[in-house]
Design a protein around this ligand. Structure first.
Ligand SMILES: *Cc1c(COP(=O)(O)O)cnc(C)c1O
Length: 378
């Protein structure tokens, strides 16, 4: 058996090596490393895939979130609501821009932002909500859209973990994650569902004017070279990364299918185990399983992780510390106990290896090891 990894990027590369190597070589031969034609090709292919009017590639997912907030003209002191259970990048850019992060708790079943809590947190300073489509499924967007509309505020979707997921409206209509709010922001970090071979990111919008502004901000605030209309940033997607992503975008749906097949097998193996809850699949979203995250009863979580690791089964805790208890984000407005669902999740979650290249013998070993842990009552 080959060693099991949380994410197996080598095996994935091996399957598309000729296409990837050719794409990379073409960029090097052309030396068009910045804004080469492959960037536009990738942008257009992704627009088609997502059915969104504008994709604006940028340097990484954190930048995408920051540029989104800059493009919406958010000013220091403006409040931005986001989930207390998320990756730090979401809150980081809010703080960096001098905006005020307002945290709210999440839904205990899907781990995504709770729209009821969002509405309660709205004040006359609230300018935007950042729903995070955590672990590969969409937040309750229909409710969030209604709230955003009612209060005249923007939705910036953090879809770094859910590219390709479908949001399913009550009437059956579908939209791709990231194309529902005013702006969507995503990441092409290597381990994301659509990952490049370095850093990368993108913004999505259906608003022509906003798209122009985003494009300008991402490129030093210039529309015409050396004429700077706004304070911008340097955040471009490398041509090399765009060339790689063009190849990998063609595989995205089959990658999602592989992840879903793996999740189905895990679900079947683990659903009977007392003290273990398999991921809840929301009826309002497809699940692209960026992570396969189990809920333990808490007391055994760390022991389980140690046991798995002792048998060469990697496992990760996404995330061990809620945002409001991170040293950098300690804030007199919040204290332990304020976000009970988030705090509970941080004690109970454990994520298993999830990627597109799992071998049968590896999968059998992971399942066997989890079962062994629970049978021995450790
Ligand atoms: C990965 C991630 C980001 C940041 O993306 P980078 O490309 O690493 O900057 C933002 N939000 C979430 C939820 C993420 O998972």
């Amino acid at each position: 058996m080959n060693p099991i990894q949380m994410v197996d990027l080598k095996a994935q590369y091996r399957k598309i090596k000729p296409e990837i190597d050719k794409a990379i070589q073409e960029v090097i031969d052309s030396t068009a490393f910045i804004q080469g034609p492959q960037v536009k090709t990738f942008q257009q292919n992704l627009e088609t895939y997502l059915s969104v009017k504008h994709v604006i590639p940028c340097a990484n997912g954190t930048d995408a979130l920051q540029i989104a907030m800059m493009a919406l003209g958010l000013k220091p002191g403006d409040e931005v609501i986001t989930a207390s259970f998320t990756y730090v990048a979401t809150a980081e850019v809010i703080a960096l821009l001098g905006l005020k992060p307002v945290l709210v708790d999440v839904d205990p079943e899907t781990f995504t932002i709770d729209p009821v809590a969002v509405e309660k947190a709205i004040t006359d300073k609230t300018k935007a909500i950042v729903p995070v489509h955590l672990f590969g499924q969409c937040c309750k967007m229909e409710q969030l859209e209604a709230i955003a509309k009612k209060y005249g505020i923007h939705l910036i979707e953090d879809t770094a973990q859910a590219i390709g997921a479908d949001y399913i409206y009550a009437n059956g209509n579908r939209k791709k994650a990231g194309t529902i709010g005013t702006i969507g922001a995503t990441s092409f970090f290597p381990s994301k569902n659509l990952g490049c071979y370095g850093d990368g990111g993108a913004l999505f919008t259906n608003d022509d004017e906003l798209a122009q502004k985003i494009r300008m901000i991402a490129n030093h605030g210039q529309r015409v070279r050396y004429y700077h209309d706004e304070v911008g940033v340097n955040s471009r997607l490398d041509t090399l990364q765009a060339a790689i992503l063009t190849v990998k975008l063609r595989e995205l749906d089959s990658y999602a299918a592989s992840r879903q097949r793996l999740a189905d097998v895990y679900d079947q193996a683990f659903s009977g185990i007392q003290g273990l809850t398999v991921p809840v699949r929301a009826p309002w979203s497809s699940h692209v399983f960026h992570q396969y995250t189990l809920l333990t009863d808490g007391s055994k979580r760390d022991q389980m992780k140690e046991f798995l690791e002792s048998k060469a089964v990697p496992a990760m805790i996404y995330y061990p510390v809620p945002l409001h208890m991170q040293k950098a984000y300690l804030d007199s407005r919040y204290r332990e106990g304020d976000f009970p669902v988030t705090e509970d999740l941080c004690r109970r979650v454990i994520s298993l290896p999830m990627h597109t290249e799992m071998q049968d013998d590896q999968l059998a070993h992971i399942i066997q090891t989890v079962l062994e842990f629970f049978n021995t009552g450790k």
